[in-house]
Design a protein around this ligand. Structure first.
Ligand SMILES: [Zn+2]
Length: 310
């Protein structure tokens, strides 16, 4: 709303009767309760603590954008910014459609269908998906304790979503599509972590898993000898249980990798609906899936709220 319209309303309030003011109050309350996106954006203003350009703490209010979003001017570098600068929601338009979009994203609705239902173009639908995906990706656990399960998943390499193919396309029937290895790990009772690796090498596997392992933890893996070697070379005192049999064996009633294996098959099944995800975006789709496991359907505003947290 333009400030001039708001001024007209504000100027009219003193002349309203008590009954009309009460009526206005109820309308305002209803509007405040239903405008979830507006509240997320307004609440974000309380979190703005520094200039995103130079990180200085001194800034002043500097009007509002056409959409009523607070703008600021840094006292140090003189640059301006708004409360959504450097959040995934920066410069995103059509905020009245965000919640419905997230809801459909949650259900795994295909982009083309989302674009049609919301009457937005396909490029916008794609752009939004990757904006909203930025948030779950930043919440990845970085270290684990206790019993940890780890295993690799493999998916065919894909350049979907990329404008330029980094290599010559394969001729029909000519050679197999390389598989991309992904380490999935899980701390019992906590959350899943993941790392999309470039190649299936011991070095890559070590780089992916070593930072997660802490003193006194117990790592459960399959019989892959790379894990044995990684644990041996690692300067951390930990226990390693290798589950060698293929039939989902359990050692001492607790040591197994069934949670991770179950996760991998459910995630792959869920991924099928997107009919192939570009390798470059796999980690975001993993993050998204893990994030959804933690939440319940209907928490779309929570998604937005976490997206704007610094
Ligand atoms: Zn600044």
């Amino acid at each position: 709303m333009k400030n001039i319209e708001l001024d007209v309303i504000l100027q009219a309030i003193p002349s309203l009767s008590y009954v009309d003011t009460k009526r206005l109050n109820n309308t305002v309350k209803l509007k405040l309760d239903s405008d979830v996106v507006g509240k997320v954006i307004a609440d974000r203003e309380d979190c703005v603590s520094e200039c995103p350009h130079c990180n200085e703490l001194e800034f002043i209010k500097h009007g509002v954008t056409a959409k009523g979003i607070q703008r600021y001017k840094c006292k140090s570098c003189s640059k301006t910014f708004c409360s959504l600068t450097e959040t995934p929601l920066y410069r995103m338009r059509k905020e009245d459609k965000w919640l419905e979009y997230i809801s459909m994203m949650w259900e795994g609705v295909a982009l083309r269908k989302i674009a049609k239902v919301l009457n937005i173009n396909l490029r916008t639908a794609f752009f939004w998906r990757h904006r909203f995906l930025q948030m779950p990706d930043k919440n990845k656990p970085t270290s684990f304790t206790g019993i940890i399960e780890a295993d690799e998943a493999f998916l065919p390499e894909s350049f979907k979503g990329k404008r330029v193919m980094p290599r010559e396309p394969r001729k029909r029937g000519g050679g197999k599509v390389p598989l991309v290895p992904i380490l999935i790990s899980y701390q019992r009772g906590d959350r899943f972590s993941y790392e999309v690796m470039k190649k299936n090498t011991k070095e890559n596997l070590s780089n992916a898993i070593s930072p997660l392992l802490t003193e006194g933890c117990c790592l459960c893996t399959d019989g892959n000898l790379s894990y044995k070697s990684i644990v041996k070379e690692l300067n951390v005192n930990l226990d390693h249980k290798r589950i060698i049999a293929q039939d989902g064996r359990v050692i001492d009633g607790v040591y197994h990798i069934q949670h991770v294996n179950g996760f991998i098959s459910l995630w792959k099944e869920w991924l099928d609906r997107f009919r192939g995800v570009g390798t470059a975006y796999l980690s975001r789709y993993l993050a998204w899936y893990i994030w959804m496991q933690d939440k319940s359907y209907g928490e779309e505003d929570r998604w937005l709220r976490e997206a704007v947290q610094s």
